[in-house]
Design a binder for this molecule. Structure first.
Ligand SMILES: C[S@@+](CC[C@H](N)C(=O)[O-])C[C@H]1O[C@@H](n2cnc3c(N)ncnc32)[C@H](O)[C@@H]1O
Length: 374
């Protein structure tokens, strides 16, 4: 996902955008920081680096954290939390890194003011990130607060929901230019169609969120934040193609419909109860992005027949469409019976998945499938 995130940042005007492993670094002013939090679709947290130092043991870690003047960022009344992340031969346990860093911060306040601020792991005023790569410690303030995959439109989920950031990333990786209809025929709680609509109408991903980490920082500029929000809303645009989610399950359809309303997308996303195998004469050729059951978290009677049915429907009903499927079940994917023209590896939580593209040719190209099957 790093290249997709880098592309989003570049389009937003960030400078020195550089993809790294599980992260993208960039430069920008305070306005860019606010915009990134409000509008990015494929980022989880936006961290503002405040210090980098070398540490090969816990004392050096403690000293480095202690040397930061924490009164610049918080006071005794502020609650805080520290997320530790390690990829280092010197520090094995991220929880221990967080604990040691907390001790240093607390000791600084206690020695200066005789009292210490409290930890609040869930909703702290200040969230701090301490990342150690080998012997380099990167200390950053978490400007997002809660993870940005939460879009805060009160979504209800079903058994195997996909994460919003993954859904948005898949849509972008699929190369949908918002120039054709969009269909998710197994939409579950509608995460994918909702992200598609947010993208198509250029609605900021965090338009429903009122609480970001940077709002508790002493330098929070509420006027600038209002300007950023207003400018983003001014960029919302019209979109003329259907965005549709189907699901065979009654409960899923009810939840999907509610989620669409919660996200403020009624009239923009259509949800229907429909079995994929029953679809005939679908809407004009568009893009399909789907997340079928994998038989990992959702049990299926015969997963091979099920994926075979998906392939048959693609061939019979979806000529001219472009279909993308995410699944961790590679054996089942083979039962689709079509050759993927692109393959990528993505992680859906802990599950390693393939994200595959199938070009479904219309008209004379149907012959191609027949040849393959015979
Ligand atoms: C992995 S879930 C999709 C989760 C969804 N992406 C979300 O974020 O909530 C797979 C969905 O496929 C639906 N499904 C299973 N068989 C189906 C069929 N034959 N036709 C349509 N939908 C089906 C299930 O009801 C389930 O909601």
């Amino acid at each position: 996902m790093e290249p997709v995130l880098a592309e989003e940042l570049t389009a937003m005007g960030a400078t020195n955008v550089a993809p790294a492993r599980r992260a993208v670094s960039f430069e920008g002013d305070k306005k860019m920081l606010y915009r990134a939090n409000l509008e990015l679709r494929t980022g989880l947290r936006i961290l503002k680096p405040i210090k980098q130092f070398t540490a090969r043991n816990e004392q050096q870690l403690y000293d480095g954290i202690y040397a930061i003047d924490w009164s610049q960022y918080m006071d005794l009344k502020s609650t805080f939390a520290i997320d530790g992340v390690t990829s280092s031969q010197f520090f094995n346990h991220s929880k221990y890194v967080a604990l040691k860093s907390k001790d240093a911060l607390v000791d600084q306040f206690r020695e200066r003011e005789g009292k210490r601020p409290n930890v609040n792991p869930v909703t702290p005023d200040l969230r701090i990130n301490v990342f150690i790569y080998e012997h380099t410690v990167h200390v950053a303030l978490d400007s997002s607060g809660d993870s940005l995959h939460k879009r805060n439109h009160g979504r209800e989920t079903l058994e195997a929901p996909i994460n919003e950031v993954l859904a948005a990333g898949m849509i972008k990786l699929a190369g949908w230019n918002c120039d054709r209809p969009f269909l998710d025929p197994m939409c579950g709680s509608a995460t994918i169609p909702i992200e598609a609509a947010m993208l198509a109408y250029n609605i900021p991903s965090q338009i429903h969120r009122t609480d970001f980490g940077f709002m508790n920082w002493p330098d929070f500029d509420s006027e600038l934040w209002e300007t950023v929000r207003k400018e983003a809303l001014d960029r919302v645009r019209e979109f003329d193609h259907p965005i549709v989610g189907f699901d065979s399950d009654f409960q899923a359809v009810r939840i999907a419909e509610r989620n669409v309303v919660q996200a403020g997308l009624e009239n923009k996303v259509e949800i229907k109860r429909q079995k994929f195998e029953r679809i005939s004469e679908p809407s004009p050729a568009g893009i399909i992005v789907m997340n079928p059951p994998y038989d990992e978290r959702l049990a299926m009677d015969d997963i091979y027949d099920f994926y075979g049915m998906i392939g048959d429907q693609f061939k019979k009903q979806f000529g001219g469409h472009q279909a993308w499927i995410i699944s961790s079940n590679m054996d089942a994917i083979k039962s689709i019976g079509l050759r993927a023209s692109k393959k990528m590896t993505l992680f859906n939580g802990p599950l390693e998945c393939k994200f595959l593209k199938f070009e479904l040719y219309a008209g004379s190209k149907k012959q191609k499938y027949k040849n393959k099957e015979s």
